[in-house]
Design a binder for this molecule. Structure first.
Ligand code: NAD
Length: 468
């Protein structure tokens, strides 16, 4: 199937749909169906009706269906990646669109095949209890625009695996690629087990969150919206997994080889052109290696091509939308008055309206807006430190805690520092590398609940104890 044939299967007509622009060029890619809170009610009702049979199918039956869906994603990988690249902006090449589609199959297979057996809690001759895990019912999955397919699968795959049915609300910025993914998967799933609802506005997400028949919400997005979701679930008491915003710190210790870590630092900060929840968003570098690390990082960054995602070789793209572009521009304009521009610092207007140059600004301090606020774009602030205690205190001082990283030639020393960082994941000599077997989630106001692996399956299951 070509990319346009894929699009034709899911898009609305121009009269009733909402035009979705190509993030790089602004041209209309297609038209997303506009739906309403009444459509949410209908979708939840259908998902609720379909759920018992899906649960009764059992793990084996669901595994077969989910593995077939994963194969179908792989079979349509190129057209999905092209649509994603146009809608989201991320290039086909590099750790971007093709990588994201590949990750969908990988995570779906992992969830489909990971076992979650009943656990014997106590068996001492007097007491006996087993912990079982059943389905919750209907799961609502609300996603963001930065990694719309991969994050969608992170929410959908464990939920389906555990026997829930799922109603999906993709971001209004990236509905087409998610609709296409679900269309491909649904060819291998029973009717109404996986239902997309596309937002005309945020009311649709709000209705899903507060719907009385939604048992669980998987939400990935901003901390501000996360708070609204918590309020919205006061009535239905839906369980929550919240993956929210971050402002990940990286600490470079004085013993590093700057050239050896430069590429890892670059991708840690600039993957998906910085529009990544667990990206390196503020970098603390020891005085001894400060200039050398900045020079090595800037050398790598300057060589990374930015441009239209469909053109071969580009590994950086535009900001996905004008609102995000404005946030990045405001923070960089301010940072230029406080620090030293090492690289970039300006819109890349020659490439298109939403492009911003790869930007590195050194000599900034805690409290500067580019350091303290989540930039979610291609602009990295660098802060000098001389005492590692200060760097640890700086890393921990914000109210978010998604990821962090420590960079050092001495693994033992790095682990000692890592143990003191309040983050859901602290990486050593990399940043943001994920694996389906390794639980992922935030601490503090970056959210709660873990995804992936057994922990992720338990998060979308109903724990039931059988005792006696
Ligand atoms: P957002 O919060 O604006 O939107 C996320 C989703 O919530 C969208 O689908 C939106 O339509 C929906 N929504 C908005 N208002 C709602 C409401 N009142 N009720 C229910 N749903 C509502 O986030 P975004 O701008 O799409 O994504 C960027 C943010 O997401 C960043 O802060 C980023 O750090 C965070 N993020 C976190 C992770 C993670 O794993 N922790 C991953 C990706 C992105």
């Amino acid at each position: 199937m070509s990319e346009s044939a894929l699009l034709d299967r899911i898009q609305a007509d121009a009269l009733t749909g909402r035009a979705i622009p190509d993030a790089a060029t602004g041209e209309t890619i297609g038209f997303a169906p506009e739906q309403t809170p009444a459509d949410v009610d209908d979708a939840v009702a259908r998902a609720r009706t379909a759920q018992p049979a899906w649960e009764t199918l059992g793990h084996e039956g669901r595994r077969e269906a989910l593995l077939a869906a994963a194969d179908a994603i792989d079979a349509h990988a190129e057209e999905l990646a092209r649509l994603l690249s146009r809608e989201q902006g991320k290039p086909l090449d590099g750790p971007n669109a093709r990588f994201e589609v590949g990750a969908c199959g990988m995570w779906l297979r992992d969830a489909a095949t990971t076992a979650l057996e009943p656990e014997v809690i106590i068996d001492d001759g007097e007491a006996y209890a087993e912990q079982h895990y059943g389905a919750l019912g209907v799961v609502g999955a609300i996603g963001p625009w930065n990694w719309p397919l991969m994050i969608g699968i992170w929410q959908i795959a464990p939920s389906l695996r555990m026997g829930n049915t799922v109603v999906v609300k993709p971001s209004e910025y990236t509905p087409l690629s998610v609709l296409a993914l679900l269309d491909i998967m649904n060819a291998h799933l029973p009717a109404d087990v996986l239902i997309p609802v596309v937002s005309g506005d945020r009311e649709v997400g709000a209705r899903l969150a507060s719907h009385p028949d939604v048992a669980k919400l998987m939400f990935t997005g901003s901390t501000a919206t996360g708070r609204k979701i918590i309020e919205a679930t006061g009535g239905n008491l839906a369980r929550l997994t919240l993956e929210l915003g971050g402002n990940d710190a990286g600490i470079v210790l004085p013993d590093v080889d700057p050239a050896a870590i430069a590429e890892g630092l670059f991708w840690g900060a600039f993957i998906n052109t910085g529009q990544t929840c667990a990206a390196l968003k503020r970098l603390y570098v020891h005085d001894d290696v400060y200039d050398d690390v900045i020079e090595a990082l800037a050398d790598v960054a300057a060589q990374m091509p930015m441009g239209n995602g469909l053109e071969d070789g580009n590994v950086l793209g535009p900001l996905q939308n004008a609102k995000q572009f404005d946030i990045v521009k405001r923070l960089v304009d301010d940072a230029k008055t406080r620090g030293r521009v090492v690289l970039g610092g300006e819109p890349a207007s020659d490439l298109g309206a939403n492009f911003f140059q790869t930007t590195i600004i050194a000599d900034l301090q805690d409290g500067d807006p580019l350091v303290d606020e989540e930039q979610f774009g291609p602009a990295l602030p660098i802060i000098r430190y001389s005492d590692v205690e200060d760097a640890i205190a700086s890393a921990n001082r914000l109210d978010v805690g998604l990821g962090a990283s420590v960079w050092s030639s001495d693994r033992g020393r790095a682990i000692e520092v890592a143990k003191r960082l309040r983050a859901g994941t602290t990486w050593i000599n990399s940043h943001g590398t994920l694996h389906p077997k390794v639980p992922f989630g935030g601490v503090k106001q970056s959210g709660y609940g873990q995804e992936f692996s057994v922990a992720g399956l338990k998060a979308v299951a109903e724990p039931r104890v059988i005792s006696g």
